[in-house]
Design a protein around this ligand. Structure first.
Ligand SMILES: NC(=O)c1ccc[n+]([C@@H]2O[C@H](COP(=O)([O-])OP(=O)(O)OC[C@H]3O[C@@H](n4cnc5c(N)ncnc54)[C@H](O)[C@@H]3O)[C@@H](O)[C@H]2O)c1
Ligand SMILES: [Zn+2]
Length: 310
C-alpha cells in the first residue's frame, strides 16, 4: 500500500491483542524517530481497538505527546475504544496496565468498514451499544428492542446506533474523564463479564468480549433486581434482548470458585469490597454498588436457570 498523504510514512502493525505490547510500540517510536517526526507530526491510527489503543499510547508518549487521529475500523473501537481518552498496552500479561489519559485530535467514523467484520466482531461492539442504552438512554434500548431481530444488520439503523452510542459515552466521559465517579457507569456488566472472559481464555472455548459482557449484564441486572432497583418486568426485557443477540453459554458449577477468585482481584474493587455498577431502571445506571459471595453465587445460578426459557 502506498501512502497518499504528502510527507507521510506508513507503519504497518500485525493485528491482535498479542501485538499490543512494548515491542510493537518500539517499532512505532523507532519509525517516528528515524523519519525525524517532530512534535507537530500527526499519528493516524487506522484499525481496531488494538491499533487505536496502542497508536494513541505511542503518540501520547513520543516527545511527551504528539497529536493523533483515531480512525476505528471495528464496531468495538468505534463505540468504545476510540472514545474516552484511555490509551494503553498490555505488559507482563496484564491487560492495559501501561497507559495514559490522552484525547485524540478527532475520531473519524466510516461505517462501511463494518461490512467486512465477522458476526463475532459485530457482537463484541454491539454489546457495548446495548450497555450504553441500559445505563443512560432508555430510548436507545427501546429502539434496539423494536428492531428485533435484524438489529445487528449493516444498515442505516446500525449507523444511528453507533452515533448515539458515541454521544452517550462521550457525555459520560466528559463529566468524569479520570474515572473518579460517573465514568464507572461504563463498567456495567464488566465486573462479572470480565471474570467470565478471562476464565474462558484458560478453556478450549474462549468467549468473545461481547458475549462475556452480555452474560455479565444479565447477572448484574439480576443483582440490581435483587437490590430492588429494577422490576421483574424490566429484568425480563433485558434478558430477552441479551439472550437473543448474544447466545449465552451455561456457567459450569465447577468454575464458580475460580470465577469468584478472579472477581475478588478485579482492579475496580476498593478495600476488599467488590465494586459493581447496577441499574436503577432501564436507561439509568447507579455506581459503587456491591454484592457478597452468596449473592454472586445466586447470580450464577440464576443465569443458568434462564437459559432454557425462550
Ligand atoms: N481505550 C478504551 O477505552 C477501550 C475500550 C474498549 C476496548 N479497548 C481495547 O480494544 C481492543 C479490542 O478492540 P477490537 O475488538 O477492535 O480488536 P482488534 O483491534 O484486535 O480487532 C479485531 C480483529 O478485527 C480485525 N479488523 C479490524 N478492522 C477490520 C475490518 N474493518 N474488517 C475486518 N477485520 C477487521 C483486526 O485485524 C483484528 O483481527 C482491546 O485491546 C481492548 O483493550 C479499549
Ligand atoms: Zn467492554
Amino acid at each position: 500500500m502506498v501512502p497518499k498523504l504528502q510527507n507521510s510514512i506508513l507503519v504497518e502493525i500485525q493485528s491482535g491483542e498479542s501485538e499490543k505490547n512494548l515491542e510493537t510500540c518500539n517499532l512505532i517510536w523507532k519509525s517516528l524517530l528515524e523519519n525525524k517526526m517532530d512534535r507537530k507530526a500527526l499519528l493516524i491510527n487506522l484499525g481496531g481497538g488494538v491499533i487505536t489503543d496502542m497508536g494513541a499510547f505511542s503518540a501520547s508518549t513520543f516527545k511527551r505527546g504528539i497529536p493523533f487521529l483515531q480512525i476505528p475500523t471495528t464496531l468495538l473501537s468505534m463505540v468504545d475504544a476510540s472514545v474516552g481518552g484511555k490509551t494503553g498496552i498490555d505488559f507482563m500479561g496484564v491487560k492495559n496496565i501501561l497507559g495514559t489519559f490522552t484525547s485524540p485530535l478527532g475520531v473519524w467514523i466510516h461505517t462501511p468498514f463494518l461490512n467486512s467484520l465477522s458476526r463475532e466482531e459485530i457482537q463484541s461492539g454491539f454489546s457495548e451499544i446495548v450497555k450504553h442504552g441500559l445505563i443512560a438512554d432508555v430510548e436507545l434500548f427501546e429502539n434496539i428492542e423494536s428492531e428485533f431481530p435484524e438489529v445487528m444488520e449493516m444498515d442505516d439503523s446500525l449507523e444511528a446506533f453507533v452515533i448515539r452510542s458515541i454521544e452517550i459515552k462521550n457525555r459520560i466521559v466528559l463529566g468524569d474523564p479520570y474515572e473518579r465517579g460517573r465514568r464507572k457507569l461504563l463498567n456495567f456488566g464488566h465486573t462479572l463479564g470480565h471474570a467470565l472472559e478471562s476464565h474462558s481464555f484458560t478453556t478450549r472455548h474462549p468467549l468473545n468480549h461481547g458475549q462475556a459482557i452480555a452474560m455479565g449484564m444479565v447477572m448484574e441486572s439480576f443483582l440490581s433486581y435483587k437490590s430492588a432497583y429494577i422490576s421483574i418486568q424490566e429484568l425480563n426485557r433485558i434478558n430477552r434482548v441479551l439472550k437473543y443477540l448474544f447466545p449465552p453459554r451455561p456457567i459450569s458449577e465447577k468454575d464458580y470458585d475460580r470465577l469468584y477468585e478472579i472477581i475478588q482481584n478485579d482492579k475496580k474493587n476498593v478495600s476488599g469490597a467488590i465494586n459493581f455498577t447496577f441499574l436503577e431502571g432501564i436507561g439509568k445506571g447507579i455506581i459503587d454498588q456491591t454484592a457478597n459471595n452468596q449473592e454472586i453465587l445466586e447470580a450464577f445460578k440464576y443465569f443458568n436457570s434462564i437459559l432454557d426459557i425462550s
